[in-house]
Design a protein around this ligand. Structure first.
Ligand SMILES: NC(=O)c1ccc[n+]([C@@H]2O[C@H](COP(=O)([O-])OP(=O)(O)OC[C@H]3O[C@@H](n4cnc5c(N)ncnc54)[C@H](OP(=O)(O)O)[C@@H]3O)[C@@H](O)[C@H]2O)c1
Length: 286
């Protein structure tokens, strides 16, 4: 019988450079360098911010990527992927518009032939507003982008996923939909909480077809101008107070959300569905 290899101790894991644990992990990783190779991923809202980081990370893992946004700058991200040797197209489409979503999925199938992974990332919200000041059109607009968009995109890709009996849907919720957030408004929090209900029920419905549906709930992630503006608007003392409430003591980066989406899209997550993964520096624990 061969000698059993001992598991690395806690000290070894804490100081990998001393114990060569990292190189052991690197070589493990090299056996499976591209976890998403042969898969096609539609990442909505990937022209900037968190979506962009996810699109780039998925491309690095070998996926064909569909970069999306309503503005032309989505093309720059697709080009960046292609220049680095990956495969990507850009589809300018509004996830809140049924005909746009249909076109995006048709284009994906035409170019890549499948829709294996969908990341419902497009979203965002306006500043917090008193409920009595919210008009119905603002309510409906924000709900449509953050919640209806995820429904429309999921509905459009599921038939192909069912045919292949393999699929991954990742819903970008928020801490605002889990517990509460100082930066979020009521419409946004309602939509992101609704997205978690959608996540659970859809996961149950499509599990028999090998389609896994999971959500990511980021805390405050410095993803670009939109969030930076909201953050800067706060008084210094208030910002310090908010940072104190985060056990890791800082805000997050898009590159810290992207690997979670990659993991959920990969076969490494084969027994996870209907789950919500918090990426918030420990701000909310459940
Ligand atoms: N940053 C955070 O702190 C944070 C925290 C929790 C959750 N999230 C969630 O994470 C996701 C990404 O956030 P982010 O901060 O990276 O946002 P962001 O920087 O504002 O980027 C949003 C992306 O979505 C696209 N988009 C917006 N509405 C769209 C629509 N109707 N159809 C298609 N694309 C649309 C935008 O492009 P166009 O403008 O060109 O359409 C852009 O690519 C959002 O769902 C957000 O709610 C963010």
């Amino acid at each position: 019988m061969g000698e059993e290899k001992a598991e690395p101790s806690a000290e070894q894991l804490a100081a990998p450079e001393l114990f060569n644990v990292r190189s052991m992990r690197d070589s493990d990783h090299k056996m499976n360098p591209e976890r998403l190779s042969g898969k096609t991923a539609i990442v909505t809202g990937s022209s900037r911010g968190i979506g962009r980081a996810i699109a780039l990370a998925m491309a690095r893992e070998g996926a064909n990527v569909v970069v999306n946004g309503r503005e032309e700058n989505a093309r720059t991200v697709a080009e960046m992927i292609r220049n680095a040797g990956g495969k990507a197209i850009a589809v300018i489409a509004d996830v809140a518009a049924e005909e746009d979503v249909h076109r995006m999925v048709e284009e994906t199938l035409r170019v890549f032939g499948s829709t294996d992974i969908l990341v419902n990332n497009a979203g965002g919200g306006g500043p917090p507003t008193l409920v009595e000041d919210i008009d119905v059109s603002a309510w409906e607009r924000e709900m449509r982008i953050n919640l209806t968009g995820a429904f429309l995109c999921s509905r459009a890709v599921i038939p192909e996923m069912k045919k292949k009996r393999w699929g991954r849907i990742i819903n970008m919720s928020s801490q605002a939909g889990r517990s509460g957030s100082e930066l979020a408004g009521i419409i946004y929090a309602s939509a992101k909480a609704g997205l978690l209900g959608f996540n659970r029920q859809l996961a149950r419905q499509v599990a028999p077809y090998g389609i896994l549906v999971n959500a990511v709930a980021p805390g405050v992630i410095l993803s670009g101008e939109r969030i930076e503006k909201k953050w800067r608007k706060r008084a210094d003392a208030e910002r310090q107070e908010m940072l104190k409430a985060i056990p890791l003591g800082r805000l997050g980066k898009p590159e810290e959300v992207a690997p979670v989406a990659v993991f959920l899209a990969s076969d490494d997550a084969s027994y996870i569905t209907g789950a919500v993964i918090d990426v918030n520096g420990g701000r909310f624990m459940m």
